[in-house]
Design a protein around this ligand. Structure first.
Ligand SMILES: Cc1ncc(COP(=O)(O)O)c(C=O)c1O
Length: 449
């Protein structure tokens, strides 16, 4: 973000790339003034910068494809999915990793082609697997033997030979939050390697010949701020691929090191660049394939968070204030854990700025609390801000991933509106929930209105 003097405050590295400050001190994204957007759509409001999303999709393709010519970039829809986003991703020639029939439905509503989707999850239902087969999904990721049973039965009924990848738990520590680490032996996801389960699944698939096993998949966790776990994962998986070739005459055609590429939530917690991740994965894979005499597989990467986190800004209005002398000042916002559970769930750190007074100097350190009935509903602890007044607008950068995806109606709050902005145009992609929406699923008692 540039200000009137042309200086670049460090927040620019975590705000959308189109973020600017107007002369009168308003934060602008995609050429749209956030003070105006708040007046028009209300708060809390989620604002997504389309340019940032498109630029990051292109950066992934450019950086990885330059080093790994056979490449697919699949956006992990669990980070945030809406028809509007699905349509942008389809235009950007991305693939899509989905984890439920619901995500399949939303993606299709945005016109996303099923053949570019891969279906993940540790407990896909028979109905969902049937929907995936009927829709002609590009890949189904096999997570466990139960799924193999279901799929073999469904394929026997329907015919065809769907393309599948085997999800393997490689026993690699991604050194991320315990609730979001997935590559360790003690994980609910995937076939363990060291127990021989992964090898037995390969044998079974080759013997049954009902499924086309294209290769292997790992996902180590999220967010992964170091590059070493990817190197370790590739090392383990190329050894496994070489073993499968030697013992079962099976040669992989595809490999996925998953997603998990990190983002900056605060200016002092920036991740490696996409180029650095790409260089790491490509170098490790080229070297390991050469070492084991394996062909270089087509590589599928699955970034979720890193495609949308930076593009999204959450906008709240300041309400009450509570000062506890010598201890802490709470400034309460009109959103909180119902639209962003991450601080309460993972202790995630964020920072904030005043969207209506960007040029004002910081005067005090406050804690930004949510409005929900939990003491843990704190969005930002200890942030330096100008002295806030009720009605001021607080913007929290890097809010685009896993906020709305994990939102709830806790305290029967209405879910916020979402706008996509670009070139000075704001497009409402989701309206704010109404009180009547809160009743939409209820069967009302007789006689009530
Ligand atoms: C299989 C798989 N791929 C990709 C991702 C995306 O991770 P991230 O959003 O950190 O890139 C996840 C997230 O949990 C996942 O489980």
């Amino acid at each position: 973000m540039t200000n009137a003097s042309g200086a670049r405050p460090p927040l620019a590295s975590i705000l959308p790339t189109s973020a600017r400050a107007s002369d009168d001190g308003h934060l602008q994204i995609g050429g749209c003034d956030l003070v105006t957007l708040a007046a028009e759509y209300g708060t809390p409001l989620y604002i997504y910068d389309e340019t940032t999303i498109r630029d990051i999709c292109r950066e992934y393709r450019h950086e990885f494809q330059g080093r790994l010519p056979q490449l697919r970039v699949l956006y992990a829809g669990k980070a945030y999915l809406s028809p509007a986003l699905a349509a942008i991703l389809a235009q950007e020639e991305m693939g899509l990793d989905i984890v439920s029939g619901g995500e399949l439905h939303i993606a299709r509503a945005g016109g996303f082609p099923p053949e570019r989707m891969a279906f993940h999850g540790n407990n896909k239902s028979e109905a969902e697997l049937g929907e995936a087969l009927d829709a002609g999904l590009g890949r189904i990721m096999i997570d466990n033997d139960h799924e193999l049973d279901l799929l073999e039965r469904l394929v026997a009924q329907r015919g065809g030979k769907p393309s599948v990848m085997l999800r393997v738990t490689p026993g690699v520590d991604a050194e991320t939050h315990v609730k979001t680490t997935t590559g360790l032996r003690d994980s609910k996801f995937g076939f363990p390697l060291d127990s021989g389960d992964a090898e037995r699944a390969v044998e079974r698939m080759l013997a049954a010949d009902a499924l086309d096993l294209t290769g292997f998949h790992i996902h180590l966790g999220s967010p992964i701020y170091k590059t070493e776990p990817y190197v370790d994962g590739i090392d383990v998986m190329t050894r496994f691929a070489a073993d499968m070739r030697d013992r079962h005459d099976y040669t992989w055609r595809e490999f996925s090191p998953g997603g998990g590429f990190a983002v900056g939530y605060t200016p002092d917690g920036l991740p490696p660049s996409i180029a650095t991740y790409a260089e790491t994965v490509a170098n490790a894979l080229h070297a390991a394939c050469e070492r084991h005499g394996l062909p270089l597989p087509e590589v599928h990467i699955e970034p979720g968070r890193s495609i949308v986190a930076r593009a999204g800004v959450a906008l709240y209005r300041v309400g009450s204030r509570k000062e506890i002398p010598g201890l802490r000042t709470y400034v309460a916002l009109d959103g909180g854990m119902a639209d962003n559970i991450r601080p309460a769930m993972y202790g995630s750190a964020y920072t904030a700025l005043l969207a209506n007074r960007v040029h004002d100097a910081a005067e005090e350190t406050v804690t930004l609390a949510g409005r929900f009935c939990e003491s843990g509903d704190v969005l930002v602890k200890d942030v330096a801000l100008p002295r806030t007044q009720p009605g001021d607008l607080v913007a929290i950068p890097s809010s685009g991933a896993y906020n709305l995806a994990m939102e709830s109606n806790y305290n029967l709050a209405q879910r916020p509106a979402v706008v996509f902005v670009q070139d000075g145009v704001a497009r409402l992609t989701r309206r704010r929930q109404t009180y009547d929406d809160l009743l939409a699923l209820d069967v009302l008692p007789e006689g009530s209105s």
